[in-house]
Design a protein around this ligand. Structure first.
Ligand SMILES: [Zn+2]
Ligand SMILES: [Zn+2]
Length: 727
């Protein structure tokens, strides 16, 4: 009997030695009941952390115990946990979970507008903070008298036994006089202020508790403020692609208006920072230092005389009550921690599905039958509006886009914050686990791990190369260093996640479409076709369709007329053959005419054969052209703005490349062939990458968004997606 740790996405066995990444490893009890962190687990289940970030598996009979730890950095922080779970909740709460319903759920931080306001507790802190400061500056104290030996000059009040004590201790004498002694030291009652009383402990511990409330809130509001500032920046500036800016702003407009929101967030943030500074100052007060750090008080308030009546301490008590109402400091039971992480992992999958649905609909693709009332979730398969495309979600949460049954791209949702690795070595260790986990999942290099991003713009302690690898579709061989999957950070707290996923989809879909041209025509050019249209191209003996013909070009193409003529010729020849056969069969032909008739019949059979061959050739050719045009998407429409390229002026080609230019937005797209490896590299240039000098991690998503294929190198050339050389 042994518990196996398997990859969540496949049946691969996982090594429990290394720190585990959340969402990557499953426990497979193998039919027997096991306990994970004290919670009973019956079937295959996520390996989840306890409240300290460790895991422990215990068998029912108690004879075997396995333990290990999670990579603490990669675990979600409070705000991630909360927002992702909330979005996942919106998805699972939508009544039918149809495509349309999913399209209406925003993948951005829910209720961003209310998060940037001060909470009731924070307003209470603001109100009561002067009283807390007063209590710390002039604390109440018990008067305490202690008896000790002091110099005579310091003695104020002497206890009754001072004289007898002095008589017995000659070392305290200055010198004896004639009648008595002159004392050097005497026993005296010394007054001391005793600050370590319940009320002061309460005040001091309240300072600690409030700091623990304000800290995460500052992080949350500054995250929100950064989002809003970025949005404001996009709506106002011309930096990067204006298409991208427009899409992002319209997505976030569902949540909050950037301008008012940003001002409000900044204001809230300033107030929170001021509160924290004042609280930190209290930690430096004499009172705070006079109360031992370990002197704790229980959460429930004991109402004393001072707390009830003192004009200062009364407010401290009120604030304590407000705090304890809002926060539960109790240790969460293991089942609750288990449930929270479990819910988070599931919610993250739903969040990723939401991103894919959003990104697809942004690319103009939706479910084929929007009225279809089938719930869309794990195990579902939906046919999409674009020919032959299906989107499916496996039980393990893998999101796959396939065309004609072949997987184009798979997304693997991984709720671990990979970009919080502290060093390149740590990241390498984590990535080797991801590698093992995704081994055998999907096919080809178009696998993208969507991981939880907890950091904006790259970690400062990672190298540039590592940071850049953390955000790639997988078409940059210079970054991949042999790995077979791309990585994309996603988080409700970052504004361009839909763009990032759309870029992955664009690479999978548009690249394949562009690569399908020029398409080889598997039929000979009919001899009767006199003119060669501009969208057909002859290379040696082979014929290729370069692009879809414009409607007028299709009409001007005489294949239909040629086909009609060939058909008519064949019919005429067949009629003639049938007539002559009939004459022969009736046998009434005079003897001397029979030879001529036989010759005519033979000629007509030959004519039929020739006409049939000619018709067959034209028909095969016509069908082949029609098949190609129907099977392939029209790539002459601009991927950025959708308008049709002018095929007379906006199209160039030779045997190794082709390129369209959009007459409206000047975007260029097409395919080049790599001189080094022969790979056909699709590219799309919308004119905004030329002036970009910032090539830091994630620069493509920051400036261009989804409107890119091969990675532009800036000098009009692109990175070959197979060998990394410039094309
Ligand atoms: Zn265009
Ligand atoms: Zn190459």
């Amino acid at each position: 009997m042994s518990t196996l740790l398997r990859s969540h996405f496949a049946d691969t066995l996982m090594d429990p030695e290394h720190p585990v990444l959340l969402g990557l490893v499953d426990i497979d009890g193998g039919g027997s009941k096991v306990f994970l962190n004290g919670v009973s687990v019956a079937k295959r289940e996520y390996l989840l952390p306890d409240s300290r970030g460790s895991w422990a598996i215990l068998y029912e009979d108690g004879c075997q115990r396995l333990t290990g730890a999670f990579a603490p950095q990669a675990l979600p922080v409070g705000t991630d946990l909360e927002t992702v779970t909330a979005i996942g909740g919106l998805v699972s709460d939508s009544p039918k979970r149809t495509w349309q319903e999913l399209e209406e759920i925003s993948p951005a931080v829910p209720d961003l507008g209310s998060r940037i306001k001060l909470t009731a507790l924070e307003r209470a802190i603001q109100h009561a903070l002067p009283y807390l400061e007063e209590a710390c500056a002039r604390p109440k104290a018990y008067l305490k008298f202690e008896t000790m030996r002091v110099y005579v000059s310091q003695a104020r009040r002497m206890p009754a036994r001072a004289a007898s004590y002095l008589a017995a201790h000659t070392e305290d004498w200055e010198r004896p006089t004639l009648l008595s002694v002159q004392p050097k030291r005497v026993l005296a009652e010394v007054r001391e202020d005793e600050f370590d009383i319940y009320e002061n402990r309460l005040a001091v511990r309240l300072v600690d508790h409030l700091l623990r409330v304000v800290g995460p809130r500052i992080a949350e509001v500054s995250r929100a403020q950064r989002i809003l500032a970025e949005l404001l920046d996009y709506s106002g500036s011309t930096r990067g692609s204006h298409w991208r800016a427009k899409r992002i702003c319209s997505l976030w407009a569902e949540t909050v208006t950037a301008e008012q929101g940003e001002k409000r967030a900044r204001n809230t943030l300033d107030q929170l920072i001021a509160i924290r500074q004042r609280l930190l100052a209290l930690k430096d007060s004499a009172l705070y230092r006079s109360i031992p750090l370990r002197a704790d008080v229980s959460d429930s308030l004991k109402m004393t005389n001072i707390l009830a009546t003192d004009p200062v301490y009364r407010h401290v008590a009120i604030l304590w009550l407000e705090w304890s109402r809002n926060t539960a400091r109790r240790q969460k039971p293991p089942a609750q921690v288990f449930g929270e992480y479990r819910g988070f992992c599931d919610a993250f999958k739903r969040y990723c599905l939401l991103l894919v649905v959003r990104a697809l609909s942004q690319l103009g693709i939706s479910a084929q039958m929007p009225e279809e009332r089938r719930a869309f979730g794990a195990g579902a398969r939906v046919r999409l509006s674009k020919a032959d495309l299906t989107l499916s979600v496996t039980a393990s949460g893998l999101i796959e886009l396939s065309a004609k049954g072949q997987i184009m791209i798979s997304f693997l949702p991984l709720p671990a914050a990979l970009n919080r690795a502290r060093t390149d070595e740590e990241l390498e260790l984590w990535l080797s686990q991801v590698s093992a986990g995704v081994h055998g999942v999907g096919v080809g290099p178009d696998r993208v791990v969507l991981y939880l991003s907890s950091l904006v713009g790259g970690s400062r302690t990672l190298s540039l190369a590592a940071n850049r690898y953390l955000q790639t579709v997988g078409n940059e061989p210079s970054l991949l260093s042999g790995r077979k999957f791309g990585l994309m950070p996603v988080s409700p707290w970052e504004i361009d996640c839909v763009e990032r996923v759309a870029r992955c989809l664009r690479w999978a879909l548009t690249a394949a479409e562009l690569r399908s041209f020029p398409a080889s025509v598997r039929a000979a050019l009919p001899a009767s076709l006199t003119t060669m249209p501009p969208w057909l191209f002859r290379v040696g003996n082979e014929l290729r369709v370069l692009r879809h013909p414009r409607p007028h070009e299709r009409r001007g193409f005489d294949i239909d007329a040629v086909w009609e003529t060939a058909k008519r010729t064949l019919a005429t020849a067949e009629d003639e053959e049938r007539r002559l056969n009939g004459v022969e069969r009736r046998g009434r032909t005079p003897h001397h005419e029979r030879k001529a008739l036989a010759q005519d019949a033979a000629r007509s059979r030959a004519d039929v054969r020739t006409a049939r061959t000619a018709f067959y050739q034209v028909d095969t050719f016509k069908r082949e052209i029609e098949r190609i045009l129907a099977d392939h998407s029209d790539v002459s429409n601009c991927p950025a703005c959708g308008s049709a390229a002018d095929t007379a002026n906006g199209y160039k080609h030779d045997a190794k490349f082709y390129e369209f230019t959009c007459g409206d937005c000047k975007a260029q797209w097409g395919v080049r062939t790599c001189r080094c490896c022969g790979m056909r590299v699709p590219f799309l240039e919308i004119g905004s990458t030329i002036a970009i000098h910032d090539r830091g991690p994630g620069w493509i998503d920051r400036y261009v968004g989804r409107d890119v294929l091969a990675i532009p190198l800036g000098d009009g050339r692109y990175e070959c997606s197979a060998c990394g050389k410039a094309v």
